[in-house]
Design a protein around this ligand. Sequence first.
Ligand SMILES: Cc1cc2nc3c(=O)[nH]c(=O)nc-3n(C[C@H](O)[C@H](O)[C@H](O)COP(=O)(O)OP(=O)(O)OC[C@H]3O[C@@H](n4cnc5c(N)ncnc54)[C@H](O)[C@@H]3O)c2cc1C
Length: 382
Amino acid sequence: MDFELTPEQELIRRTVRGFAEGEIAPVAEELDRTKAFPYGIVAELGKLGLMGIPFPQSCGGGGGDTLAYALAVEELARVDSSVAITVCAHTSLGTQPVYLYGSEQQKSEWLPQLCSGQRLGAFGLTEPEAGSDAGATRTRARLQDGQWVINGAKQFITNAGTDISGMVSITALTSDGTEGEREISNLIVANGTPGYEQGEPYRKMGWNASDTRPLTFSDCRVLEQNLLGPRGAGFKQFLHVLDIGRIGVAAMGVGLAQGALDQALAYARERRAFGQPISRFQAIQMKLADMSTEIEAARLLVYRAAREKDAGRNFSLSAAQAKLKTGRLAVRCAEEAVQIHGGYGYIEEYPVCRFYRDAKILTIGEGTDEVQQMVIARALGA
Ligand SMILES: Cc1cc2nc3c(=O)[nH]c(=O)nc-3n(C[C@H](O)[C@H](O)[C@H](O)COP(=O)(O)OP(=O)(O)OC[C@H]3O[C@@H](n4cnc5c(N)ncnc54)[C@H](O)[C@@H]3O)c2cc1C
């Protein structure tokens, strides 16, 4: 495997690092504390061409590859996970289904406004009774007089309820209810469609500046043409979209872990105890050394998954492995970084405090660790 980044990939990493350190780091604590959605930052990311990195320029995207996208997400999460998940959910989950399965009409309607960041895309899979068992969806769409009539509820959906949210792709049962038949299809529902409501944002442990809400559909009518791809293909489609999404979330795990290490190292060199910087104590050095080594190993897993996807190979296994490894690593590195900060790590002014709260969801969202283990074991033939 080639470990060198191309000049384009290096450029994107440098650009996003500069933006994250210059524009996001100074406001991240306040955005988290006030739970304010980062509209200004999203607008700037749009101007930099970072809201549609892996989509062709002909669709309004950045024309980058999956690795370039992963690098950008990693650099964002190194500084702030709320911004990173906003970009990640928008790109991998919101825009990707339209790009992969949309008709020419759907693509020309949605991709330019999504890729420019003028509008955000969301992906509505999870339901109150269907999380890991996502195929157990209860939301129903019945075809009536050329329209789909949608009834049901979605839960924990990212990016659906902001002022700039444009649309959500949802899974729904489109079979007519005859016994045993479970036909799942994907449908596009635009914000503002009567019968589609976004509930109040959840009060979360972390990702406080990102938008997560429950959604309800009550006799919500959309045109028959809002079907995304062939009728009945929804299950296969969302499995593929989740595989892609895992690369992005895994990049978030590496980024958060790296940010925690960077903060911990800088702090350890400054903080003095017993007459010397705490970085001179072997106990602290061993923590830093372990974090650094694990991060490098995890980063290679993420890049491998991205490269496999870009090479057109099957990347399900490596994406699940990368997601499993990096979620756990992010939790562990955030905890070690807090430990190295001592009492200050428990105080919100220090970024590691936020990192600690933001890390946990990485072992749950986009498929829990247990789901990744199921995917990996299945791929191994167990
Ligand atoms: C902040 C946030 C943002 C999110 N954004 C989105 C989004 O944009 N779109 C979206 O569709 N969803 C989103 N989700 C939902 C997320 O993907 C789900 O929460 C996750 O998939 C787990 O589903 P669940 O919460 O229903 O847990 P459950 O599926 O009920 O799982 C509960 C526990 O049981 C375990 N478990 C379940 N089945 C098995 C099994 N077969 N074997 C072993 N263990 C098992 C799980 O691993 C977990 O530990 C988001 C969630 C959060 C919190």
